[in-house]
Ligand binder design. Structure first.
Ligand SMILES: NC(=O)c1ccc[n+]([C@@H]2O[C@H](COP(=O)([O-])OP(=O)(O)OC[C@H]3O[C@@H](n4cnc5c(N)ncnc54)[C@H](OP(=O)(O)O)[C@@H]3O)[C@@H](O)[C@H]2O)c1
Length: 275
C-alpha cells in the first residue's frame, strides 16, 4: 500500500462522498488526523465531523488550500467555479487537486486555477460509503504518475480504483457512477415479485438483498465470468432456464445496454452545458 507519509490532505466539501474518502484515509491508516483539514458549508456539519472523526475543520476553503498539498474537491458541480475562484490566489504547481465532481473536466479546472496545477478527476460511486466503491480517475495536463499514485492510494481504501483517460469518464459515469442505482432498481422489482408470489415483505427484502450480495461475492471471489456462473445454474428444462428465456425473448440485455447508453448520452449533454 502506498503511504502518504509527508503530504497534508484537505477536503473542501466534506459531504457524503468527502466523508467516505476521509473515513477511508483515517481507517486505512494512510495518514493521521493531524495532517488533515476539512471544510464544509455549515458549522453544524463541521462540528459533527470534528466530533465523530476528530479532524480539524474550518469554514474557510482558502485555509484548507493553504494548509494542504492534496486537496479533494468534494463539493457539488454547481459550486465548483465559486470555490476555485475562492482558492485560486493560494494555488501553486505543488498542489494536487482531486475533483470528484461529476461532469467537470480537468481542463475546466485547470483553466479556472490560472496556474499549472496538477488536477485529477475522479468518478467514484456510493458503495465507497461502505468501503466497496468502484472509482475511475484520469489525469489532467499537469498531473504526473506520482499524483496518480497518491490519488489511487486514497481511492483504494474505499474500494477499487482504475486509471483511465478523460474521454472515458462519461462511459464510466454511466456504468459504475450510476450503476448502483440499476442494481437497486432491480432489487425493487425482485422484492415486488417476491411479495406478489406471497412472501411476506420482510422475508422478501431479506432474501433478495442477500441473493444480490451473494451473487456479487461469488462473481468476485470465484474468478469466473458472469456468463459462466449463469450457465452453471441453468439446467435444461429448469426454473432458471425458464426465467432467462423470458428475459432474452423480451430483450432484457438490450434494455440494460440502452439504459447505460442513455446515461452516457446524458453525461455528454451535461458536459456540453445542457441542463
Ligand atoms: N453521491 C454520488 O453518488 C456521487 C457519485 C459520483 C460523484 N459524486 C460527486 O461527489 C460530489 C459530492 O457529492 P455528495 O453526494 O457528497 O454531496 P453532499 O453530501 O451534498 O456534499 C457536498 C458538501 O459540500 C459542502 N459545501 C457546499 N458549499 C460549500 C462551500 N461553499 N464551501 C465548502 N463546502 C461546501 C456541503 O456542506 P454542508 O454539509 O455544510 O452543507 C457538503 O458537505 C458531487 O460533486 C457529485 O457530483 C457523487
Amino acid at each position: 500500500m502506498v503511504m502518504l507519509t509527508h503530504q497534508r490532505l484537505g477536503i473542501i466539501g466534506a459531504g457524503n462522498m468527502g466523508e467516505a474518502l476521509l473515513r477511508g484515509v483515517l481507517h486505512g491508516g494512510l495518514m493521521g488526523a493531524d495532517r488533515i483539514l476539512v471544510s464544509a458549508k455549515t458549522p453544524e456539519r463541521l462540528a459533527d465531523l470534528n466530533q465523530r472523526l476528530k479532524v480539524r475543520t474550518t469554514q474557510s476553503n482558502l485555509t484548507v488550500a493553504e494548509f494542504a498539498d492534496i486537496v479533494i474537491l468534494g463539493i457539488k458541480p454547481q459550486t465548483m467555479n465559486d470555490i476555485l475562484t475562492e482558492i485560486r490566489p493560494v494555488l501553486t504547481q505543488n498542489h494536487l487537486l482531486v475533483s470528484i465532481a461529476a461532469g467537470i473536466t480537468t481542463q475546466h479546472i485547470e483553466q479556472m486555477c490560472g496556474v499549472d496545477v496538477p488536477v485529477i478527476r475522479v468518478m467514484p460511486n456510493t458503495p465507497a460509503l461502505v468501503g466497496e466503491g468502484a472509482s475511475a480517475y484520469c489525469r489532467g495536463r499537469f498531473a504526473t504518475a506520482e499524483h496518480a499514485l497518491a490519488t489511487h492510494a486514497i481511492l483504494d481504501v474505499v474500494g477499487i480504483a482504475v486509471e483511465t483517460t478523460e474521454d472515458r469518464m462519461n462511459p464510466v459515469t454511466a456504468v459504475s457512477g450510476t450503476g448502483p442505482a440499476y442494481i437497486f432498481y432491480t432489487l425493487e422489482a425482485m422484492i415486488q415479485a417476491a411479495q406478489d408470489l406471497g412472501l411476506d415483505p420482510d422475508m422478501a427484502r431479506l432474501l433478495v438483498k442477500q441473493t444480490v450480495l451473494g451473487a456479487a461475492r461469488l462473481v468476485m471471489d470465484s474468478g469466473e465470468e458472469p456468463d459462466v456462473l449463469r450457465a452453471r445454474v441453468t439446467s435444461k428444462g429448469g426454473t432458471t432456464q425458464a426465467a432467462i428465456e423470458y428475459l432474452e425473448s423480451h430483450g432484457y440485455k438490450k434494455l440494460v445496454q440502452d439504459a447505460i447508453l442513455a446515461a452516457c448520452r446524458r453525461a455528454d449533454a451535461l458536459n456540453r452545458g445542457g441542463s
